[in-house]
Design a protein around this ligand. Structure first.
Ligand SMILES: Cc1ncc(COP(=O)(O)O)c(C=O)c1O
Length: 331
């Protein structure tokens, strides 16, 4: 598989895995329903590769690094229904690499479909080795220990952190920022606010760096789906911009943690309502963990007037629909 060099500093090489650019689409029926600002969606749920989502972009960079290092096995970690784990497994299949997924049961009180369907079913089909850990076990630490063990066995493991959120993974969203600004420009749209889910933070950090480098001056709004501290995301944005030779070129972002509900991976009434609304009005599939809660926040901000009706609002659709099947009891 070829690796594409993107710049002449040796930074940012990527291995092609997805279908880019992803479309930028107006959500006309949602806009009409809300009677507020014009809402657009950047469709990173259409990025391809076994269900797509935001992780495809990150893995193009991370797995190029793994190939450069001569890795033969890739390890990553997350929650049982991690989209990142599913896309990592798919990318490893495509590249002929072995894949180990270290997943913990951090979402409480889940039965039935949660460990039988959704991303976990796909992980199995994609031939990953899966380790299910108790909820209080640090999956990242377990994967680190396994990496040491594999090295001792003479293998060349490559460990990807939770959500692929290091500076190399976040680098992918620098490109996405430019891609969406170009598309908006061509469509005659000038987004005043960009709304994006925030889990491990690499997506928001990369956008913050990319939008800052592009000189964009709008409002970047992250919607938290877990308790990730914003300081960590801000530091990652700075690190990402520095790695590209532009330290300090970051767009500041705001973080709204009012839509997490009881916790990561636990569905909320507003989030489920948003899933149903977007399916009915736009034929668009959201998910209960990330994009449903983020759309619920966007809708609430429109209804409260916090997003003004004369602006264009851009929702970054980061994917996640395979998890719907793991939450069928909630839907
Ligand atoms: C569908 C989906 N949306 C958003 C996110 C959040 O992205 P990040 O971890 O980069 O904050 C994830 C992360 O797993 C995801 O799977």
């Amino acid at each position: 598989m070829s690796v594409i060099p993107l710049d002449n500093q040796g930074n940012g090489e990527r291995v092609p895995l997805g279908a880019f650019p992803t479309p930028l689409e107006p959500l006309d029926r949602l806009t009409e329903h809300l009677g507020g600002p014009r809402v657009w969606a950047k469709r990173d749920d259409y990025s391809g590769l076994a269900g797509g989502g935001n992780k495809v972009r990150k893995l193009e960079f991370l797995l190029a690094d793994a190939l450069r290092q001569g890795a033969d096995v890739v390890l990553t970690c997350g929650a049982v229904q991690s989209n990142h784990a599913r896309v990592t497994a798919a990318a490893c299949s495509r590249l002929g690499l072995a894949c180990e997924l270290w997943l913990n049961r951090r979402v409480p009180d889940r039965q039935g479909s949660y460990e039988l369907s959704g991303n976990l079913l796909l992980d199995r089909l994609l031939d990953a080795r899966i380790e299910l850990l108790p909820g209080d076990v640090d999956a990242e630490l377990a994967a680190e220990q396994r990496t040491v063990e594999l090295t001792g066995m003479g293998l060349r493991p490559y460990l990807i952190p939770t959500g692929g959120s290091n500076a190399l993974g976040a680098r992918a969203y620098v490109d996405c920022a430019q891609e969406l600004l170009d598309q908006a420009d061509r469509a005659g749209v000038s987004p005043g606010t960009i709304v994006v889910p925030m889990g491990s933070g690499g997506t928001l950090a990369g956008l913050s760096a990319g939008l800052g480098m592009a000189g964009w001056t709008g409002r970047l709004l992250g919607i938290a789906v877990s308790a990730t501290p914003w300081e960590r995301v801000a530091a990652l944005a700075g690190e990402t911009a520095s790695a590209l030779g532009q330290p300090g070129s970051v767009r500041e972002f705001e973080l709204d943690d009012g839509f997490v509900g009881p916790g990561y991976g636990v569905p909320t009434v507003d989030g489920i309502d948003a899933i149903r609304l977007l399916a009915r009005l736009e034929g668009m599939l959201l998910d209960p963990v990330y994009t449903g809660k983020t759309m619920a926040a966007l809708i609430a901000h429109v209804l409260s007037g916090a997003l003004s009706s004369d602006e264009d609002v851009l929702f970054l659709h980061t994917g996640g629909w395979p998890a719907l099947f793991a939450y069928l009891e909630d839907l």
